[in-house]
Ligand binder design. Sequence first.
Ligand code: SF4
Length: 964
Amino acid sequence: MRDPECGHFVDGAQHGAISEPCRIPTRSEAIRGMPGFNKLLFFLKLAYLHSMKTTFLVPDKLPAIKEAKINGKSYGFQTGETILSFVRRYFGQDYIPTLCDSPQLEAFGSCRVCSVEVSRGAGQAFRTVGSCHTPVEAGMEILTESESVQKLRRNIIELVLTDHPLDCLTCEVNGNCELQDVAAKVGIRKVRYPEGKNHLDRQKDLSHPYMTSDLSKCIMCYRCVRACDEIQGQQVLNVMGRGFDSQIIKGMNQSFAESDCVSCGACAQACPTSAISDVFQSKALVGQTKVRTVCTYCGVGCNLEVSVKDGKVLSIQAPYTAEVNQGHTCLKGRYAFKFYKHPDRIRKPMIRNADGGFDEVSWDEAYDYITSKLKDIRTKHGPDSIAGISSARCTNEENYLMQKFIRAVIGTNNIDGCARVCHSPTALGMQRSFGTGAATNSIEDLKFTHAIMVIGANPTEGHPVTGAKLRQFAMKGKTCIVIDPRKTELAKYATHHLQLRPGTNVAVLNMMLHAIVSAKAYDRQFIELRTEGWEDFKENILSLNIAELEEVSGVSYSAARDAAIAYAKAENAMSFHGLGVTEHYQGTYTVMLIADLAMITGNIGKRGCGVNPLRGQNNVQGMADMGVQPYQGAGYLDHTQEEIRKQYSEFYGAEVPAAAGYKIPDMYDAAIRGDLKAMYVVGEDMAQSDPNTLHVINALKSLDLLVVQELFMTETSKLAHVVLPGASFLEKEGTFTNGERRIQKVNKVVEPVGEAKSDGQIIIDLMNRMGYKQADYEADSMLREISKIVPFFAGVSWENLGDRGKQWPVAADGTDTQILHQKEFKRGKGQFVFREYVETPEVLEYAAEFPFILTTNRVLEHYNAGTMTRRTGNAEIITEDLLLIHPKDAASYHIAERDFVDIESARGKISVRAHLTDEVKQGVLSTTFHFPELFVNIVTSSIHDSIAKCPEYKVVCVKICKKQ
Ligand code: SF4
């Protein structure tokens, strides 16, 4: 029908869909009538929308070359730019009202509120078009405020309001509602249409621990559906029905709790009203302050905007301007924050009493106890009888202080951190191949790559925001190689999945290298100019026994060759790897072979390439950068060299010893031997996380002094002599460095609970009491100190980090580095390293008696030992650890879904519920380790990576039986 005032066509009673020829077909048109919806067509559409995005969403980087008129005046525009983006650049973000448009979503053109009048040149008639999806043309005249478009906008909003509850005053988003803003902007005073059939009686969905919906407030802008598709790639939200009966549904018209929703919150953040929101009402205006900080969970390093009122965190949103996550998070970053004030938080220092319990004490008492014990032990047994373990949960500044405390105040290099049990082989392997043990490129480079190889990583669970980007890449049908014993989510979309036997990465990578060398598909020029060791390497690769490698890995040479050639032939190829590479007997060598693969194909030193470890914890990169390792000081300088040792000693004003200290496994052995008497542990639960639990507990119990700085009474805290209450990431300031070397500001959001203090201040208090002068903890001054000793922090200061952060190395003038090794490698030439596959001693020794291989994995909802996530709503979503077992294996042992299974290794026995799935091959089992009840490390072994000493969590020989 025609609108009586403006004469435009309007469709139905609700949405002002206007007939005009040049608009993009709406998604609703494409997906209405879902039963016949074809997956292939959907992916093609995604690819199409992606191509639109590349033209529409990056215009700022293109030069202005042509002109068009806006309301009678000429302005330069950029090729491919939309009218909306063109007008916004000159007149501001809110100049043209919009409803279905949203940052990070493709142009959609459904609400038509952004309509403008356009003439394509002198004498040409004006026509009404949607500005969000119509490209600007040279000579175009654009009228943004003509009477006609103003009437049209008013009419559209009036029609929307006929089917929207007018309960603004009690609505969660009152004052922060885009519909409210647009209605005010277009000048709605009253709705002229009579009340008719509507959807105001739709029921709320409050089924989920986090997500909520009230679809009576839905304006059918599809932003939620598009966010679910285009940002997260989950495709849970959809549209059912046609015309007036159209409605947003979850899954198969289920509730949030029943659906496959992963609670990333992208839909809630995208929704312009409160139709989809969350239990924290994160779009409400009640927060007095918004503080920007960085997520405490994984190494992606998502930026968060925390809403605070009366010293309490209300909710968290994701800033669209964040370089790392562009308005996206996973459920951990956005929703799993309530742990910070959980009743279980340690609120006062405690000292173990004679009955084996703990007494709460003052800070002075705790400090006196610790210093007198440390001094006593150092005098009687020497400084090397003391060791420290620092934390990837802590800031760079705190990690720097902790290693300084151990080196300069205690006088030993016995300092290590959790990188030892995750990515130490990455740091070592990449250092030996390239000279630098960190990611060579940025996640942003996915925009410039043509192939990805993901090996030993399950990023959609472990690194969800990066995982979502990788999934989007794979869903578009681009070359995606997954090397993993499990059929991970990404593997389901991959063009190549090499489902190898756990522990045989080296065998598969060698087959891939063999295929590239045999086919001469290598980059000869890069090899000659940039590398060394090629001839020996080539000879060794060509002499491999391929049949043997096929046999041990379970992967055919032809599959490995197809994947290798796809990687080699891609114009740019990126590799990503995780703990499925490092937590193996041959972890460091596997990293070197990944580096070989990048060098042999010239995929280093440019955009869209590189070797990109997916770092586990939020600041595991920064922890190592700051010198938390026993053989290199802050900035990876080798203190065993006299000159470097002198440099550190002068800088700290205290003698730093030369000899390398104990790595974490050595600490346990030394404690059991009686050589190590005291350990100072910050934020690390080794008794639950480290392998061979009984051995670890035995070691910790052998100590004369165990000090633990923690948030909660973990399994390690329970063994301590002194427990000190540390502060969570929301309660302190400093910097974290994410997996792409980006140093980002962590701002204090609330005061620490109880008497807790920042870990940095606790360490400083102890330094002073041990006789070493160190000023009170302040991120600003600590960064100044660090920038003077860590070469790649030279130009880092608190002020110049800004909101974007900086990727190290940062030159003295503040210039940072997105891509490493562009002209030459840090070590000069890249080093080819050949390594033959060797079976792990675990299999050689135990496979006959323990025929299954148990490997470990994570789920999205929990983080590592679950210390934090189990104290949030995430514990309502995933309530226990599960054992993944192939249905045929389960049948052989009469195991049914959810039955308890006994798992026994040479070290011990545990029980866990079964989940039958073909995600694992026969003979392979996989379990998570988030709940302390499981104690999976009772069965893991003490076998380590042969060089870096990272434990082999990923290959454990076990036998199983149904629990009676
Ligand atoms: Fe936090 Fe990682 Fe999730 Fe981002 S992806 S919100 S950094 S846990």
